[in-house]
Design a binder for this molecule. Structure first.
Ligand SMILES: [Zn+2]
Length: 146
């Protein structure tokens, strides 16, 4: 029985939380560098996962005579392809975020302009909204999405 495809890592946890120095300004050059490194390492990890998925599929590809075996394999592959697609989208989002860091346009809410905060950004480095605006947007989405 083959294993099912893993979910892409929506979070990156392999880092040391940033400690602001006394009197340090939010999104100082050093802080921006911290998030850039975090995003680059996360991206690296995701790209390795995409590679692993590809290898897994190539190794597993077999010609089954039994149609039900074939169906199972097709199902597994389509699951893996969906995971890969999500990983690719996430990598794209990470690239866009790194771009914003390079333009010194990172860490503030796109909606209301407040500081998103280092802890929230470490939990979700690609966040572009503060927690309040994000919550509001989700409520609105739910109301109009049905
Ligand atoms: Zn906001």
């Amino acid at each position: 029985m083959a294993k099912t495809a893993d979910q892409p890592r929506e979070r990156f946890t392999n880092f040391t939380p940033y400690e602001m120095k006394k009197g340090e300004e939010y999104m100082s050059a050093e802080m921006l560098q911290h998030f850039k490194e975090l995003l680059l390492r996360w991206k690296q990890e995701l790209m390795e996962e995409v590679d692993r998925t590809m290898h897994h599929m190539q190794e597993d590809a077999a010609n089954y005579a039994d149609p039900s075996d074939r169906a199972t394999q097709e199902e597994e592959f389509s699951l893996e392809l969906r995971t890969r697609d999500r990983e690719r989208k996430l990598i794209k989002k990470i690239d866009q975020t790194i771009d914003r860091i390079d333009k010194d346009d990172y860490g503030f809410c796109d909606q209301c302009g407040v500081e998103i905060g280092t802890r929230r950004l470490e939990a979700r480095p690609t966040a572009t909204l503060c927690i309040d605006c994000k919550t509001l947007a989700e409520i609105r989405e739910r109301q109009t999405g049905i």
